[in-house]
Design a protein around this ligand. Structure first.
Ligand SMILES: NC(=O)c1ccc[n+]([C@@H]2O[C@H](COP(=O)([O-])OP(=O)(O)OC[C@H]3O[C@@H](n4cnc5c(N)ncnc54)[C@H](O)[C@@H]3O)[C@@H](O)[C@H]2O)c1
Ligand SMILES: [Zn+2]
Ligand SMILES: [Zn+2]
Length: 392
């Protein structure tokens, strides 16, 4: 395994990267000298890797395996509360370590569990999706959802260590690999355009990435996120740039996942890619972003394999209603006629004034961009070359 690290507040977080290295991962965990291990995973990842890893570690220290059904619906206080009781029954102490094995969902639940037990015990992430490896674990933010909204209850608790087995990440579904890679595209467009040539070389619409490709994609993400976290460990100021594409993106994700939705659920990263297309369109309509920069958005979104036809079944007003609940409300005085958004004036250059890089955008400009996004989605109707297989 190779080692990297990044600073998070007053802590340096070690990152170990390897390929088919589960035994080494177990050795690294054992070396933490914990009195007990609490593994948190989901029922799918338990079968792929979580159960095996916990089994190997258990040969040296008592290990408890906590698992929940996969999905956003289980990232809630009920799962967390059940896990807290089971961990305490198991005899967890301040010397114990919580190990998250899985995507961003078990990662966030484990992060909150570790942050709350005895006001904070050690947390290790073993991410198994691209989104977890490249995005959610490179952060101190931990949260679960409530009936009101996503990520409403949480705290900051940095991990002690991150261990990535790229061989495990690479066996995820093409859609999950693509969804994670969209966040790396976002970093390049909004923060580090110098990474665009590397992405042109790496991205493939079918998302048939090798472990080596994923290692390169991971390093691109780590470079950007570690630079931002150095200045802004709580991701409240410069870190808000990471929210590029998320205003329309979250709304598409939530609208498509609603129980009464006629649309198929859009994954987080896919939604962010489409949200970036909408943000570029908004900025272009307002006359602040040039056509060349819009074209680069289109090119990278095509290369990553996301098409607007994913929005089939959604309507503009439903998406606009969800935009009204965006979690960036409260950063600025709220006005119902404006939506705070991260917009760019050029690739890598935020338009927004002040530290928070948020621009109040007239709702009608956002509505026009959403309307156009959905119209072009209907126009494609799944006929795109990227649609076949790539959306499976
Ligand atoms: N800063 C942060 O805390 C932060 C940042 C980004 C995202 N997130 C959160 O992360 C979550 C999304 O992450 P995600 O997409 O990883 O979700 P996830 O954990 O649900 O994983 C996606 C799916 O992949 C499956 N899976 C995971 N690893 C696998 C593997 N190796 N092989 C086969 N299947 C595998 C899971 O069972 C699940 O069905 C959201 O809840 C989001 O809010 C948090
Ligand atoms: Zn995101
Ligand atoms: Zn299409």
């Amino acid at each position: 395994m190779t080692e990297r690290s990044f600073a998070l507040g007053d802590r340096r977080v070690r990152v170990l990267l390897g390929h088919d290295c589960l035994d080494e991962v177990a050795q690294v965990l054992t070396a933490l000298d914990a009195d007990r291990f609490v593994f948190v995973t989901d029922d799918t990842v338990q079968g792929v890797v979580g159960g095996k890893l916990a089994g190997v570690v258990e040969q040296t220290a008592p290990a408890l395996l906590l698992s929940h059904p996969p999905g956003e619906a289980y990232k809630n206080l009920a799962t967390l509360s059940r896990f807290i009781d089971l961990a305490l029954d198991f005899g967890v102490t301040r010397r114990s370590v919580v190990v998250a094995v899985g995507g961003g969902i078990p990662g966030n639940i484990a992060g909150l569990l570790a942050g709350l037990l005895f006001r904070g015990i050690r947390l290790v992430h073993v991410p198994t999706t691209v989104i977890a490896a490249c995005d959610s674990v490179i952060s101190a933010k931990q949260a679960v959802n409530t009936a009101h909204a996503k990520n409403t209850v949480g705290l900051y608790h940095p991990p002690e260590l991150i261990v990535v087995d790229l061989g495990v990440v690479a066996v995820g579904s093409p859609r999950d690999l693509r969804s994670g890679t969209c966040e790396t595209v976002k970093n390049a467009l909004a923060i580090a355009p110098g990474q665009i040539p590397a992405l042109r070389r790496l991205l493939r619409p079918r998302a048939d990435y090798t472990a080596a490709d994923l290692g390169e994609i991971f390093d691109l993400s780590l470079t950007v996120k570690s630079r931002l976290l150095l200045r802004d460990p709580h991701e409240k100021h410069a870190g808000l740039l990471l929210e590029y594409g998320h205003t329309v993106g979250h709304a598409l994700e939530l609208a498509s996942a609603a129980p009464d939705s006629a649309a198929r659920a859009i994954k987080h990263g896919e939604a962010v890619a489409l949200g970036m297309a909408a943000a570029a369109d908004v900025a272009h309509r307002l006359g602040v972003l040039g056509a060349d920069a819009v074209d680069v958005h289109e090119e990278l979104i095509a290369r990553v394999g996301v098409c607007r036809c994913l929005t089939a079944g959604l309507d503009t007003e439903t998406v606009m209603r969800h935009i009204g609940f965006d979690n960036k409300r409260g950063y600025q005085a709220h006005s119902s006629s404006h939506v705070p958004m991260v917009l760019l004036s050029a690739l890598g250059v935020p338009l927004g004034p002040g530290q928070r890089c948020l621009t109040p955008v007239p709702r009608r400009a956002v509505r026009a961009a959403v309307h156009e996004l959905l119209r072009r989605g209907r126009e494609c109707g799944g006929r795109c070359s990227r649609g076949r297989g790539a959306h499976a």
